[in-house]
Ligand binder design. Structure first.
Ligand code: BGC
Length: 739
């Protein structure tokens, strides 16, 4: 009976599809496994239909290539793949991306949707639950915008603070990035929308992204970027993986047998499908045989490689029919597993609860902002603390900045500032209409708050001198395709230094995609890193500054003091002509971020994990146990200050025995909310891979016998206690076959 009703509803849902099915076919039985259902459909498909399912179209106009949007695609979207209506297989309607539902540029009207703060901000919350609810929120907007695939789940490690896409990703540590992005993926997919982790792999800079070869030793890749993907995939079971533009050790990521066949599908037993990035395909048989399952938006490639050329390759035997079946099976299996057939999508923007979604975006912005410095407890700014406040710079009277490129979400109410930045992709520069100035004024009615745009330094300095406190907004726009300099643009360093000299009670609020250099740091009293704070960024910033909510973000990346201290003081390839292939030798290997600083015994400007709040925490009672190979750390954290606040208590592991890329690795954390004098017992189980190194000879993770240090603390440079545990040598078992 229940099954009968189910078929009825599926058929009703499919009713609008051309050629609705007369009898209920077996593959529509949701009680069957995705595997079985995919096999049943495969039996029915013609070769043409199979080829259709592995070939993607762009979902928007592309005038440079005389491409007009497919009528069936959602207007101004990233991608479209035809379905097989006669069998009830829906098309794939694909949208970008990680912060919310984006719109492509060549579109008469932008889709106005809710934007989370940047991926780096969400990572800075260290709150997996928030990554999940943010994912569920944007997933539901994707669904109500008519999409069943969200190209979200970006997690390229931040090897390079100048990477223009750092804002889309989740920082420099494989465990943090893997957990946070895995949770985002779970959230999106909870709405029956497929997520795709990207860009696989080692697409860690935008400079030369189409021609660079990211060169790295296998063990080092397995312990860094690849581990981040592996963890996110295990946790989130993303329906797809997007292979990247760049080459890895010489071979393009989308035709890289080692990356796709051997690591992803072989060692990790990944059973979903691999889609290409837009313009990342360079061959037919080579790509298909190396593990690429679907060519996305073929108009971006120099010519289509699947479609007709794939048919020729099949006819000539260059690609086997078994391989084509495998490509299709992977796609179908994902579609069934994520319920795309039972939960068809349609455009229902009216169903979107924008107020509720903005509240989710706001709490993510509040939990992700990081208080970097707070001399003399200048923050929070309480009502009596100042009679006059100068708010300076970065259009703080109008809104908050967002990052550019394919992930750009266009705000409800339109752009707060028009005509900024490049006219074409990755522009324009978009400010969301949520003004921090207004949000402060509403809350501090008795305080005189003056705004200055920061253009004329002299008059800004005068206003600063005449005010009790200055809140200076500084920004750096970053975007896909462009790497940035680590220096704030538009002479903002000069403005900040001059203002701070006039009034040291200056609070700098940074709206940046990633780390920036701060030559003026000693001259200002406070710095709040707000990243790109999303739809409700203005409210979030005001609430943090005024202490309505305590800052609880912690850095997911190290902030450098200078560029010279980085593994690559000059960005690889930056000096070369645009299309000239080059190699980025990742000689730092797995020593990314804090691991690099630790292994060089250097101190960054602000370490990974750093972040202040309006109280302090003590760590006591560390105990470490090892049971059946699982290491567990238990300890107590107590709020020893006068205000309530959240601590992110972290566990690091170290091994003196050699073979490790760095003295310590993040091995776990808990975010806890404590009232004054409140305490919590924290227990963290350590993933054994974090105690191991990748062994090429054993082709697995190897734990060496010996003593390991378990460290607890607030940041990579603030370890509060250390204990030791002795482990036996062992090779870790292979992971189970994916679902
Ligand atoms: C980006 C992807 C994006 C795709 C579709 C590419 O340029 O690298 O992240 O999903 O475009 O817009």
């Amino acid at each position: 009976m229940v099954a009968g009703l189910f078929f009825l509803s599926v058929l009703t849902a499919l009713g609008s599809m051309q050629g609705a099915l007369a009898d209920t076919p077996a593959w529509l039985d949701a009680a069957k496994s995705p595997e079985e259902r995919a096999a049943l459909v495969l039996r029915e498909l013609t070769e043409d239909e199979k080829v259709t399912l592995v070939f993607g179209y762009f979902g928007s106009n592309y005038t440079a290539k005389s491409f007009a949007q497919m009528p069936e695609a959602r207007v101004g979207s990233a991608g479209y793949v035809r379905g097989v209506p006669r069998l009830g297989i829906p098309p794939l309607w694909e949208t970008d991306a990680g912060l919310g539902v984006a719109t492509q540029r060549e579109t008469p009207t932008y889709r106005e949707r809710t934007s989370l703060p940047s991926g780096l901000a969400v990572a800075a919350s260290w709150n997996p639950g928030l990554a999940y609810s943010g994912g569920a929120m944007i997933g539901s907007e994707a669904r109500d915008s008519g999409f069943n695939v969200m190209l979200a789940g970006g997690l390229n490690l931040m090897r390079e603070p100048r990477n223009g896409r750092s804002f889309e990703y989740a920082g420099e540590d494989p465990l943090l990035a893997g957990v946070m992005v895995g949770e985002q993926v779970r959230g999106i997919q909870s709405r029956h929308v497929i997520a795709t982790v990207k860009h696989f792999a080692l697409n860690d800079q935008e400079t030369g992204r189409m021609v660079v070869s990211s060169d790295i030793a296998e063990d080092q890749a397995r312990m860094s970027d690849l581990l981040a993907f592996q963890l996110a995939i295990e946790r989130g079971d993303p329906g797809a993986v997007m292979c990247a533009y760049n080459r890895v050790n010489g071979a393009y990521a989308c035709e890289n047998d080692w990356l796709l066949n051997r690591v992803l599908k072989g060692d990790w037993r990944y059973r979903r499908w691999v889609m290409s990035d837009w313009g990342a395909v360079h061959s037919t048989a080579r790509a298909a045989n190396a593990g690429l399952d679907q060519e996305s938006a073929a108009v971006f490639d120099d010519r289509p490689y699947f479609g007709a050329p794939l048919k020729t390759a099949l006819a000539q035997g260059d690609v086997s029919r078994a391989r084509l079946d495998e490509m299709v099976r992977r796609i179908l299996r994902s579609m069934f597993a994520q319920g795309l057939v039972e939960h068809p999508v349609a455009e229902h923007p009216a169903a979107i609860d924008f107020a509720a979604h903005a509240a989710i975006a706001q709490s993510a912005a509040e939990e992700g902002a990081v208080l970097l410095k707070n001399n003399g407890n200048l923050l929070p700014l309480t009502a009596g603390a100042a009679r006059t406040i100068a708010v300076i710079g970065s259009y703080a009277d109008a809104g908050v900045l967002s990052g550019g490129g394919s992930s750009q979400v266009f705000p409800r109410g339109g752009m707060a500032v028009k005509g900024l930045g490049p006219q074409k992709f990755p522009g324009p520069i978009v400010y969301f209409p949520d003004s921090p100035l207004d949000a402060m004024r509403v809350r501090l009615r008795r305080v005189r708050i003056m705004y200055h745009d920061g253009e004329d330094v002299e008059s800004a300095v005068k206003l600063a001198r005449d005010s009790d406190v200055v809140v200076l907004f500084a920004h750096q726009w970053s975007a896909e395709t462009l790497d940035v300099s680590a220096t704030l643009p538009d002479a903002q360093d000069r403005l900040i230094a001059a203002v701070a000299r006039a009034n040291p009670r200056t609070i700098v609020v940074l709206e940046t995609g990633g780390p920036v250099l701060m030559p003026w740091l000693n001259e200002v009293d406070a710095v709040l890193e707000a990243w790109y704070p999303g739809t409700r960024g203005g409210e979030a910033i005001a609430r943090l500054l005024l202490g309505e909510v305590a800052p609880s973000g912690r850095l997911p990346v190290s902030f450098p003091r200078t560029l010279e201290e980085l593994p690559h003081p000059a960005l690889p390839g930056a000096q070369l002509p645009q299309k000239q292939p080059f190699s980025a030798p990742y000689t730092e290997g797995a020593a990314v971020g804090y691991k690099w600083y630790d292994s060089r015994q250097r101190q960054p400007l602000f370490p990974f994990g750093h972040g202040l709040t309006y109280t302090r925490f003590a760590y006591t009672g560390l105990k470490v146990a090892s049971n059946d190979g699982t290491v567990t750390a238990t300890f107590d954290v107590k709020n020893v200050g006068a205000a309530a606040g959240k601590e992110v208590a972290k566990v690091y592991v170290g091994h003196a025995g050699g073979g490790w890329e760095a003295p310590k690795r993040l091995a776990g954390w808990r975010k806890i909310d404590l009232k004054p004098a409140g305490s919590a017992r924290v227990t963290v189980n350590v993933d054994p891979r974090l105690l191991a190194t990748w062994s090429g000879t054993a082709h697995g993770w190897r734990i060496a016998a010996g003593s390991y240090q378990i460290m607890i603390g607030a940041s990579a440079q603030d370890i509060r206690a250390t204990a030791s545990v002795t482990l036996q040598a062992r090779i870790l078992p292979e992971p189970p076959v994916g679902p």
